[in-house]
Design a protein around this ligand. Structure first.
Ligand code: NAX
Length: 331
């Protein structure tokens, strides 16, 4: 049997936490042959609820689950973890200024960066889910300089999967037949869902989504807006934000990162920009990536038309602005 992998989930007493821990314990994230030890972190006011989650995990008797550490102590939570799923954060409450929310999250991510840097396994892979996800990940990177920058990512896979979902519904296709949509930029309403390179497998071979949909107007307007606004639509319907789909996407993100993407298929991940596609280095920006042997690389050489260029730059500009807001909170 393989040695267990230690997986940290912060904000584990929250909605996404409750949805993701059984997925991890069932092998959805790391495979059906990979035992896991779950490290669950939350804050003092949620300590009792966190303990309840631990009790339910014990009661579920998952064969792959070799242990549960449930704690409000960030050092204990980070000890020797191989994978860190950062779901905990400070939500925006009604009437709060953006700067105040940013300031709370900057201080949380600064502190947790330090704890991960000192106590996590040297090759720990980090996925930030909590919003503002890209900028929280950037703060984490800045304050954990000894963690390789390639190991710090943020979640845009939910947006990627939402884009696939819209195409599937439109074409009445099956999920395994549609691939290579792209989410560029920020996990926010400025993200750019791009279908220009997406394909569908049909009985007569691979076809471009654009050809099969045959409605550029829909693809350039309603499709983009629906994906960008999907989070808000879920809140309106459920009176709660996306949780099962977010948890599932986080599992997809880590699984593909660790176990690799299928040949010819890419996924979207928020990663530290190296300047690819003219996106300035120093931002955590969502790109199309392929993964092999636990390493992601940005898909190169895709043709970018003028429509896409504008949208990719607009979401980059929002990230530049968020970054300077985050830095202004440090003083
Ligand atoms: P909840 O409010 O249900 O849970 C958040 C949990 O984090 C709470 O239990 C809270 O006590 C805990 N927490 C707060 N500060 C903490 C700290 N310093 N250390 C550890 N835990 C802390 O929110 P939930 O619906 O689970 O969403 C979690 C985060 O995911 C939010 O920031 C949300 O905006 C973000 N999302 C990001 C998505 C993405 O695609 N990147 C999609 C889903 C989701 O909206």
């Amino acid at each position: 049997e393989k040695d267990p992998v230690r997986v940290l989930v912060t904000g584990a007493a929250g909605q996404i936490g409750y949805a993701i821990v059984p997925m991890i314990a069932r092998g959805v994230m790391l495979g059906l042959d990979q035992p896991v030890i779950l490290h669950l972190l939350d804050i003092e006011p949620a300590a009792e609820a966190l303990n309840g989650v631990k009790m339910e995990l014990i009661d579920a008797a998952f064969p792959l689950l070799k242990g549960v550490v449930a704690t409000t102590d960030v050092v204990e939570a980070c000890k020797d973890v191989n994978i860190a799923i950062m779901v905990g954060g400070f939500p925006r409450k009604e009437g709060m200024e953006r700067k105040d929310v940013m300031s709370k999250n900057v201080s949380i991510y600064k502190a947790q960066a330090a704890a991960l840097e000192q106590h996590a396994a040297a090759d720990c892979k980090v996925l930030v889910v909590a919003n503002p996800a890209n900028t929280n990940a950037l703060v984490l990177k800045e304050f954990a300089p000894s963690i390789p920058e390639k190991n710090i990512t943020c979640l845009t896979r939910l947006d990627h999967n939402r884009a696939l979902g819209q195409i599937l519904e439109r074409l009445n296709a099956h999920v395994s037949d549609v691939k290579n949509v792209i989410i560029w930029g920020n996990h926010s309403s400025t993200q750019y869902p791009d279908v220009n390179h997406a394909t569908v497998t049909t009985s007569s071979g691979g076809k471009l989504v654009r050809e099969l949909v045959a409605d550029d107007n829909w693809l350039n307007t309603d499709f983009i807006a629906t994906v960008q606004q999907r989070g808000a639509a879920i809140i309106k319907a459920r009176k709660l934000s996306s949780a099962l789909s977010a948890a599932s996407a986080a599992c997809d993100h880590i699984r593909d990162w660790v176990l690799g993407t299928p040949k010819g298929t890419w996924v979207s991940m928020g990663v530290y920009s190296d300047g690819s596609y003219g996106i300035q280095p120093g931002l955590i920006y969502s790109f199309p990536v392929t993964c092999e042997k636990g390493q992601w690389s940005i898909v190169q050489g895709l043709k970018i038309d003028e429509f896409s260029r504008k949208k990719m730059d607009a979401t980059a500009n929002e990230l530049i602005e968020e970054k300077s807001l985050a830095y202004s909170c440090l003083n």
